[in-house]
Design a binder for this molecule. Structure first.
Ligand code: AR6
Length: 181
């Protein structure tokens, strides 16, 4: 584990569904009905009540689906995390304003988590899997959101990369940007 931004940001690798934090973020899709990647893992680990909660969210709040960059909160059900915040990252090849939308995913999730009284939040590397966002480009977006947002929040943020090499690649970007010694 590596700490950045005065210990407020942790960089780890592993399975986000195992983390004992107040809230984990899901890289979902517009339907909120589950999918592959981290979305599939979160739905499997949370159990069937998560899908039911997502269905209800669709009916009440998002009848046309969750737009890119927006966030929606459910309980965590069988997860160690109390809540899940679902967000939809941009599909790299199809989206014009992608860095703005990717930043919105992170920023909106942290704002909602703070509003719910959460003190710890964990993110996967949103959009960098099936949605094709180049990893280093996404890392730059994440770092600039963290630099802007962390000072105003009393919250610990964990970036949970699935592989050790992704974790190392993120730290390399941070080092290049002068965020790491
Ligand atoms: N814990 C942490 N990270 C994980 C885990 C896990 N258990 N499993 C995968 N990752 P992706 P996207 C990493 O494709 O690009 C889904 O089908 C993975 O290695 O899950 O935003 C949704 O339903 C990668 O670095 O999300 C959408 O349709 C990162 O999570 C679509 O994929 C994100 O990869 C969203 O695509």
């Amino acid at each position: 584990m590596q700490h950045l931004f005065d210990q407020q940001l942790k960089v780890i690798h592993g399975d986000i569904t195992r983390l004992e934090v107040d809230v984990i973020v899901n890289a979902a899709n517009h339907s909120l009905m589950g999918g592959g990647g981290v979305d599939g893992a979160i739905h499997r680990a949370a159990g069937p009540k998560l899908k039911q909660a997502c269905r209800e969210l669709r009916e009440t709040d998002w009848p046309d689906g969750l737009p890119d960059g927006e966030v929606a909160l459910t309980e965590g059900f069988e997860l160690p995390a109390r809540y899940v915040i679902h967000t939809v990252g941009p599909v790299y090849a199809k989206t014009k304003d992608k860095s703005h939308l990717l930043a919105s995913c992170y920023r909106n999730a942290m704002t909602l988590a703070a509003h719910k009284g959460c003190e710890s939040i964990a993110f996967p590397a949103i959009s960098t899997g099936v949605y094709g966002y180049p990893f280093e480009e996404a890392a730059e977006v994440v770092l600039s959101v963290m630099r802007d947002e962390l000072p105003r929040l009393e919250m610990t943020v964990t970036l949970c990369f699935f592989s050790e090499s992704d974790g190392r690649a993120f730290l390399e970007v941070a080092r290049r940007k002068g965020e790491l010694d």
